[in-house]
Ligand binder design. Sequence first.
Ligand code: AMP
Length: 362
Amino acid sequence: MKIGVLGSGQLGRMLALSAYPLGHQMRFLALSEDEPSSLLGKTFIHNNNPEILKNFADSSDIVTYESENTDVTIVNKINQNTKVYPSDKSLYISQHRGREKALLDKLKIPCAPYQMVNSLDDLKRAIKSIGIPSILKTATDGYDGKGQFLIKSEIQLYEAWENMSGVESILEGFINFKRELSLIAVRGIDGSLAYYPLVENSHHEGILRLTIAPAQNISESLQKRAEGYMSSLLNEIKHVGVLTIELFESDSGLLVNEIAPRVHNSGHWTIEGAQTSQFENHIRAITESPLGQTTSTKKFSAMINIIGVHGPIQKALKTKSAHLHLYDKEERTGRKLGHITITSNSIDDLNQSIDNLKEYLP
Ligand code: AMP
């Protein structure tokens, strides 16, 4: 099939790398010819030109997207003649924190206490009911911790609101979590579901740095609870493709923080660490094909992000059981340039390889 991707970053690149062995072709709707996916398929430079959008859609049998910040109106336009998976509903919900939380409430899935905020007065009221510390976040367009303000005392309230530049926001109670987890799953067109194990994520300055798969010391019942939340979400929105939920593990159990209607950075380990990667399973789902097995190839995997500078690449190549993935990007502070996956049947070997690559971990 001819698969079109809205966007052409590293996620599009890795989708392409898993789509070619299945005999598909790729197209990308990009901002420039100098993006990680550009050489991996026919690239259409968008420039808000309706003719180019039409050409892109006409040349694709099926269209998907690599970011929850994709313009829903573009998806709707394409959808008039070409199928888009996941649907505009998945996109519409996940690109607005308020809509996301409302869906979680509807499905009785626990999340942090929250209130929507549209003015300084709203914020004052919200602080009264939610308390301090709390986090003010923009309702849309936030990623990698951007558009957030941690309020530790009431005097910061004005500064926090100013920081939002007057845009619709959400105040969330601060969760004293034990660790951050995520769950990645895929739903096929026939409603079939497949889950990867819960993984543990470590962030620095809002950016994911390390994922351990599976997360250690997870009881079967906790995995099942997370899968239960996931299946409610997937079935409610009739999602087709990969969906990710980011969770906090707290003393009061699991709380869902965010939903991403796409392949996710915390699932990059699946390229070598699972029988079928998240990318291949997304491709399988959107091409209306049977899903692949999500069982792990080794007992343990780790994924280390390469952020800002490429660092000791030769050392990474020499590290035992390590696999290097570079995204063909220029170095820039805070930018995701690539990742390294390590797989092993021994936790000691895994930790040794992680330790060997500690320059990548702040
Ligand atoms: P987000 O953009 O919602 O994924 O938030 C980025 C990071 O901020 C998360 O990975 C957490 O480390 C932290 N964070 C977000 N929301 C909360 C919260 N309600 N309580 C505590 N930490 C949070």
